[in-house]
Design a protein around this ligand. Structure first.
Ligand code: GLN
Length: 450
């Protein structure tokens, strides 16, 4: 049924870059046979899933939506993909995204934008717009996204879906095409909080192949989502993330969600995180710095596209021509920004200062979590904007991430779920943040609101 749905709507939506019809059907049939034979399988066995194209899949093309990786077929699976296969979830295909996960609208894909299923003239968020649109359009019941500065939560918010960025280090980054290694984290995109909890449980866990992987066992998130009990839970509203920059109806839906939590027995308090104001600026130095280093490996030699200038085919000219032709404008912009911020003479002023701000943001979280159990804010300042509306204004595009970025700088987990319909009848989202390793609180509060 999901493959039929993809065939019917994806020509318009462009949520998928690759559909693995035969492989998905084979897994689905195998699950049927095993169930018929009485075999005990994972709760999600047979439930189809879409995977963001920044996650490597053995034998299936993986491009990160970049021309520079076009035609590359990975020889191995990401750890999280191994887990999906072991639990027998049919992988429907790979989803569209901003090139190398850089963007907030999926318009930076080298293979055309994804459209928002609620209004096809609007963006589905980014960078994981393909995963969110696929779930929102009923092409897939589950999807995997990655979140470096909001790319799971913001697309979820503008497509009326649920998205979770787990605690940094709790889901293995092995096999994720790295954007900014100290910020990247993979997580679930789903239609319900409980689905997200079950998928999160499946993909989390220690992995010796990721040196930042946390050693702890994974708690039972599904249980937390089903409990629907927030009595006595202290919810802190971040004063810096609910002001004038947020659209009136987005704020109204946010306030209504808080009121619902209050009726269910939660205590709502205002908290201040003074340094969140500087988080966006720090992110747009740290992220490009790490990306400029991570993307150095795309040199026209090892993977994908290779452009050989006929007149002067040296190693250097091949690298230059391949990178020039293979990377899109936003990727080049960030490589330049990062290279500049890391260069001798500028390092302390830019990268060094940004790292200090990162510590201040972490201190703000630590202070806030002494007063409350979870923090809350609208996920995104507005509902989905129109395709093309912000493509000429990188700063306006970057402002979309104002509420999602602090969590990545501090490594704390975040969950976005729908708060209702706002401007133009389009979905808005509410985000909850919890201390590192306390992801189950997100499911407790999210489950109660659903
Ligand atoms: N929109 C943000 C950016 O462009 C976040 C991207 C992400 O989380 N991958 O950097």
């Amino acid at each position: 049924a999901h493959l039929d749905r993809i065939a019917a709507v994806d020509g318009d939506l462009n949520a998928f870059l690759h559909v693995s019809e035969d492989a998905a059907l084979e897994v689905a049939r195998d699950v049927d046979e095993r169930r018929a034979a009485g075999e005990q399988l994972h709760a999600l066995a047979g439930v189809p899933i879409a995977v963001k194209d920044v996650v490597v899949t053995k034998g299936t093309p993986t491009t990160a939506a970049s021309k520079i990786l076009e035609g590359w077929v990975p020889p191995y699976d990401a750890t999280l993909v191994e887990k999906l296969r072991a639990a027998r979830l049919p992988i429907l295909g790979k989803t569209n995204m901003d090139e190398f996960a850089m963007g907030s609208s999926t318009e930076n894909s080298a293979f055309g934008p994804t459209r928002n299923p609620w209004d096809r003239e609007r963006i589905p968020g980014g960078s994981g717009g393909g995963s969110a649109a696929a779930v929102g359009a009923y092409e897939a019941p589950l999807a995997i996204g990655t979140d470096t500065g909001g790319s799971i939560r913001q697309p979820a918010s503008v497509t009326g879906t649920v998205g979770v960025k787990p605690t940094y280090g709790s889901v293995s980054r092995y096999g994720l095409i790295a954007m900014a290694s100290s910020l990247d984290q993979a997580g679930p995109v789903t239609r319900t909080v409980e689905d997200a909890a079950l998928l999160h449980e499946l993909i989390a866990g220690h992995d010796a192949r990721d040196s930042t992987s946390l050693p702890e066992a994974v708690p039972a998130f599904g249980e937390a989502a089903r409990r629907k009990d927030v009595k006595g839970l202290r919810v802190g509203v971040v004063e810096e993330l609910e002001g004038d920059g947020f659209a009136p109806e987005v704020r109204a839906r946010f306030e209504e969600s808080l009121a619902a939590l209050e009726r269910a027995g939660a205590e709502i308090v205002r908290v201040s995180c003074l340094n969140f104001e500087y988080a966006l600026g720090a992110y747009y130095l740290i992220m490009p710095s790490e990306a400029s280093s991570n993307l150095a490996k795309f040199d026209g030699m090892r993977y994908g596209l290779r452009v050989v200038p006929e007149d002067h085919p040296t190693a250097e000219s091949v690298m230059k021509a391949s990178r020039g032709a293979g990377f899109g404008d936003e990727v080049k912009r960030r490589i330049l920004l990062g290279t500049y911020a890391l260069s001798a003479g500028y390092y302390d002023a830019y990268y060094g200062s940004a790292q200090k701000v990162r510590t201040l943001v972490q201190n703000d979280f630590a202070g806030a979590f002494e007063q409350v159990d979870v923090l809350a804010s609208p996920t995104s300042p507005t509902v989905a904007f129109r395709l093309g509306e912000k493509t000429d204004d990188p700063l306006a595009m970057y402002m979309n991430d104002i509420a999602t970025i602090p969590a990545n700088l501090a490594g704390v987990p975040g969950l976005s779920l729908p708060s209702g319909l706002a401007e133009d009848g389009l979905p808005a989202g509410i985000q909850f943040l919890a201390p590192a390793r306390a992801d189950e609180r997100l499911y407790r509060v999210g489950g109660a609101l659903e």
